[in-house]
Write a protein that binds this ligand. Structure first.
Ligand code: 48H
Length: 255
């Protein structure tokens, strides 16, 4: 029996992995913006994989605000939550609360059921860069990275890469630093996230969601870090709308 269980797991994993070596869209980070983009792109028939550093996808949703596991969204994002079957409760003034555990698990389940494959415990440590275009991601097991083992990574190619890595905008930072490219920001570099201003941050998260270089898109807090937007704390409507916008932009650009 033992060898059958092992063969079933490894056989299926490598089938899944091999099937996802060439993608339409590689999404880095399974936070709210990345998961919404993953679901919508997969529903549109695109081949999508999400690479998530941590064991549990869901990014910054699980802990709500200061570990009180509820988050807030606005009226204009309820259709996105409804598309995932996630429950929301009115909180007045156009705001709604969502149980953070239901939201995280609902977004993960919805993205997966739509056909996006989620590879957890895999970190993206570099980009593939051919002829002035971002065309894939360089991946390594997170524990290998954390133990600082001298192990070479593997590579997945894709027509588009979405940086959904949250506050540090790791993929945009790699493009800027290692490829030496001028990205689409006012000064051509990563401008850095600004302090708390909820109202502004919610708007700019969506405005800053864009293609910053051929083949490279940014969403969520990564978009704000790249373009110098304010942070907004535990209100998540902007993240959902950013994922939706990223999916639309990428979908329009893909052949
Ligand atoms: C693989 C990686 C890598 C890497 C990081 O931070 P997230 O939840 O992402 P967003 O931008 O969709 O949502 C932001 C939101 O959660 C938040 O932090 C808010 C609203 N903050 C406001 C405030 O004021 O603080 O998730 C990003 C995910 C995480 O799960 C990371 O583990 C993962 O990306 N990740 N995965 N390779 N190189 N870098």
């Amino acid at each position: 029996m033992e060898e059958k269980i092992t063969a079933a797991i490894t056989g299926r994993f490598f089938e899944k992995f091999t099937d996802n070596l060439t993608l339409d869209v590689a999404i880095v980070g399974a936070g709210p913006s990345g998961l919404v983009a993953a679901k919508l792109l997969a529903e549109a028939g695109r081949k999508v994989a999400v690479f998530e550093r941590k064991l549990a996808p869901g990014g910054g949703i699980w802990g709500g605000g200061m570990l009180f596991n509820e988050v807030v969204v606005q009226d204009d994002t309820l259709d996105i939550l409804d598309g995932f079957g996630i429950t929301h409760r009115q909180a007045g003034d156009g705001f709604h609360t969502v149980d953070a555990v239901e939201m995280a698990s609902g977004l993960i389940f919805g993205a997966r059921k739509a056909g996006a494959v989620i590879f957890n415990t895999i970190s993206v440590e570099d980009i593939v860069f051919h002829d002035d275009k971002v065309c894939g991601v360089v991946i390594l097991w997170t524990p290998v990275q954390r133990l600082d083992m001298h192990v070479d990574p593997l590579v997945v190619v894709s027509s588009a890469v979405l940086d959904g890595t949250g506050h540090p905008s790791e993929i945009a930072a790699i493009a800027s630093r290692k490829a030496g490219v001028r990205i689409d920001t006012p000064d051509g570099t990563i401008m850095g996230e600004r302090p708390m201003w909820m109202e502004s941050g919610e708007v700019t998260t969506v405005e800053n969601t864009k293609k910053i270089y051929p083949g490279l898109y940014v969403s969520g807090m990564a978009a704000n870090n790249v373009s110098g937007g304010f942070r907004m704390g535990p209100i998540f409507g902007g993240m959902l709308l950013s994922g939706k916008k990223a999916a639309a932009l990428i979908g329009k650009d893909l052949p």
